[in-house]
Design a protein around this ligand. Structure first.
Ligand code: PMP
Length: 379
């Protein structure tokens, strides 16, 4: 029991908190794997995790070796400029090192970009359904999010974006290619048109390695208002280490260096990412396997009359669910089969699930479970 004095002090300290933070909806944590495994009553190795677009093949052996030999670096602060990693990234992306900033996942680069531009009351243009961190970071900066919903096929409403951006004086526009959750690509002609707006365009390429499409990274040096974000979380299997990077115009990166935390990239993440870049042929094989599995998954899902998958260029497939509640399907897969997929409890997506491309045996398990669930459900 709290004493009266403690209760009073708690109330007083709460009054010091930013009102906009107090008004925010509470954080809904993602359950860690161990907790899920306990809840589902299955050991972690029996769970088929297809809910967060992680790499089912894990990190490369070279990255694991780098992690096992950190004894000479773990007690020393990491290089605040991640010089070696950024040099390798310059080779990988073809963009000069001066444009590259590394961070704790693409998430940190989204946050830093929001901090760089947004003052209280500023506007940000967002195109839902898309990745949830853009409105999150915008809200945290006290900015207004101007939503321009995608069309039914998830393509961008370009005129709508132009109208909304100009009408709200938006400073930032977030675009994603391939987009999460549908896996569709941003067309270059659309990007060209949107780059003419008087704002900074952030193109989030978290899944570009799976797309077979050319990255827009190479255009950054010539475009004063184009930012491209990339990550090692998906293609390189390093989601747990938190390592991503952004490609920024020089005028922006100069200011970003001032506001980033000095040691935002851990030594472990830095070394593992460098090792991953030294192991590209191996990782590219895994990417090819994941892409093949995505295409098999799409074709197999199309066979179920209850499911309408969307063609995807990422490592996941979004699927509309008919004749059954999508939330119930997600629960049945998890509880009865230990298979995790993502259900979106959001308007426009409530009857959808997103399924990550896994290993062939994981796809087999999923398809078997879907067959059983739908057969049972058919009167
Ligand atoms: N952008 C998109 C579109 C994503 O889907 C994700 C991860 N779900 C991220 C960024 C975050 O990537 P990271 O793990 O590098 O923070």
């Amino acid at each position: 029991m709290m004493s009266d004095n403690t209760v009073k002090a708690t109330r007083e300290v709460a009054r010091l908190i930013r009102p906009d933070v107090l008004a925010m909806a509470p954080y809904t944590p993602i359950l860690p794997f161990e907790v899920l495994s306990e809840q589902l009553g299955r050991p972690p190795e029996e769970i088929v995790k297809l809910d967060a677009n992680e790499n089912p093949y894990g990190p490369s052996q070279k990255a694991l070796q780098a992690l096992a030999s950190l004894e000479s670096v773990a007690h020393i602060y990491p290089d605040p400029e991640a010089r070696h990693l950024r040099e390798k990234l310059a080779d990988y992306t073809g963009v000069p090192v001066g444009h590259i900033l590394a961070g704790a996942g693409a998430d940190e680069l989204i946050d830093l970009t929001a901090r760089l531009f947004l003052d209280r009351g500023d506007a940000v243009a967002n195109c839902p359904p898309t990745f949830g961190m853009y409105p999150f970071d915008a809200a945290l900066a006290g900015a207004r999010v101007v939503n321009v919903p995608r069309r039914a096929d998830f393509s961008l409403d370009v005129e709508g974006i132009e109208r909304a951006a100009l009408g709200s004086d938006a400073k930032l526009l977030f675009l994603t290619t391939p987009n999460n959750p549908d896996g569709g690509l941003l067309e270059e002609a659309v990007l060209d048109r949107l780059l003419r707006l008087p704002l900074a365009v952030v193109v989030d390429e978290a899944y570009v390695e799976f797309s077979g499409a050319e990255s827009f990274a190479g255009r950054v040096p010539a475009e004063p208002n184009l930012i491209v974000l990339r990550t090692f979380s998906k293609w390189a299997g390093l989601a747990g280490l938190r390592i991503g990077y952004g490609l920024f115009p020089l005028t922006l990166i100069e200011q970003l260096w001032k506001i980033k935390q000095p040691y935002n990239v851990s030594a472990a993440a830095d070394h593992a990412a460098r090792a991953a870049l030294d192991d590209l042929p191996h990782l590219q094989q895994d990417i090819a396997r994941i892409r093949a599995e995505r295409d098999r998954l799409y074709a197999a899902l199309s066979e179920f009359p209850q499911l309408s998958p969307y063609p995807s260029r990422a490592n996941f497939v979004l699927c509309r669910v008919a004749r059954m509640d999508a939330g119930a399907l997600k629960r049945r897969l998890a509880e009865d089969y230990g298979i995790l997929v993502r259900h979106f409890n959001k308007p426009g997506l409530a009857d959808h699930v997103r399924i990550s491309a896994g290993r062939p045996d994981q796809t087999d398990a999923l398809l078997g479970a879907l067959r059983a669930i739908f057969e049972e459900d058919t009167p």
